[in-house]
Design a protein around this ligand. Structure first.
Ligand SMILES: Nc1ncnc2c1ncn2[C@@H]1O[C@H](COP(=O)(O)OP(=O)(O)OP(=O)(O)O)[C@@H](O)[C@H]1O
Length: 325
């Protein structure tokens, strides 16, 4: 678990981070979101002491980070920097082996681990191990950077705009792979982004920052449906419909949906496989987007019940939910 209490960073006379506090529980992904210059990177770098806080307290897994030597601390914290930070004159295998070398791992152990990780990241060692960063696409380089950060199996992972340099399509693909990576399921992750969609997709919790302060912290649903002030509301305005439908899941409209629509006889209930009620309404509507008269079977694991949703029943339930909020 990461705890930051009243941390600030002052550069000369600029207050880059201004008295912020947050907590990231074990296994959670916390996103620092905000526009350029609001203090996200400075906050992230204070966690592994690439930048030392001017004031405040930070602990990781109950240990005060200021009691540890920065180099030793950083061995337990994976870090993916904004520009991937790969050494251009090192091959893929050499790049991912940097930390094991510092930790004096046996060669065979390093190679086994590199093989396992690169396999998961769809860059088999036999095919990519000897290549150099400039022989790889941006998405592949980013995956090598992620493998390098994960190789020593650190419990904490810090990522600064890890997909920032990628085009939107590659970015969505790499992000999807990232979400599905078994290695990451147990990690405590802090991720910096200015991309709202990315924050909503990846963050269990989001801290929205402005001018060095956290303006609101909460789940995507909290931020979009219960904005703390006008700044938060306006921040999401340009993508509001998409974000609301992404933040809401079928379980949020479970009791609202009109039962009459569930039992219409002329809807085709056979063309979709069952999905879970934790799926977002946006994902559900995408699945229905090609359909004329289809219904999506959705299972609510909490109650064990199954309901069929059409595009129009989702839209009606969403409008009703909005009216009541
Ligand atoms: N080493 C430094 N010396 C002086 N000022 C700095 C330094 N690093 C950052 N700043 C200033 O601190 C503020 C916050 O910068 P920071 O990089 O944390 O923002 P950010 O939200 O990560 O921005 P971006 O999304 O553009 O990376 C900015 O005003 C920046 O100019």
């Amino acid at each position: 678990m990461i705890t930051a209490e009243h941390i600030s960073k002052i550069f000369n006379d600029i207050k880059a981070v201004d008295n912020i506090s947050f907590e990231v529980k074990e296994g959670e992904t916390m996103v620092l979101l905000g526009t350029s210059g609001c203090g996200k990177t400075t906050t992230l770098k204070m966690l592994n002491r690439l930048i030392d806080a001017s004031s405040g307290f930070i602990s990781i897994d109950g240990k005060n980070i200021f009691d540890q030597q920065p180099e030793i601390l950083r061995r337990t914290i994976g870090y993916v920097s904004q520009s991937n930070g790969l050494f251009p004159h090192y091959s893929v295998e050499e790049n991912v082996s940097v930390v094991p070398r510092l930790l004096k791992w046996e060669k065979s152990k390093t190679q086994r681990r590199a093989q396992e990780l690169l396999e998961q990241l769809k860059l088999p060692l036999s095919e990519f191990g000897h290549k150099y960063p400039d022989e790889l696409s941006g998405g592949q380089q980013q995956r090598v950077a992620i493998a390098r950060a994960l190789i020593s199996n650190p419990p904490v992972l810090l990522m600064d705009e890890p997909f920032g340099a990628l085009d939107p399509i590659t970015r969505a693909g790499v992000r999807k792979e990232f979400l599905e990576l078994p290695e990451l399921k147990q990690k405590t992750i802090v991720l910096v982004t200015h991309d709202v969609q990315e924050a909503f997709e990846l963050g269990d919790h989001i801290c929205l920052m402005d001018k060095g302060k956290i303006v609101q912290a909460g789940t995507a649903k909290d931020l979009i449906l219960k904005p703390a002030n006008t700044f938060v509301r306006t921040f999401f305005d340009h993508q509001r419909l998409f974000l609301e439908l992404s933040a809401l899941a079928f379980q949020d409209i479970w009791e609202i949906v009109n039962p009459d629509l569930d039992v219409e006889n002329d809807i085709n209930k056979a063309s979709h496989t069952e999905i879970n009620a934790e799926t977002s309404l946006w994902a559900g509507m995408e699945m229905l987007s090609d359909a004329g008269n289809d219904a999506l079977p959705v299972r609510n694991d909490a109650t064990g019940t199954l309901k069929f949703f059409t595009t129009s029943s989702i839209q009606k339930a969403y409008r009703t939910l909005k009216r009541h909020n």
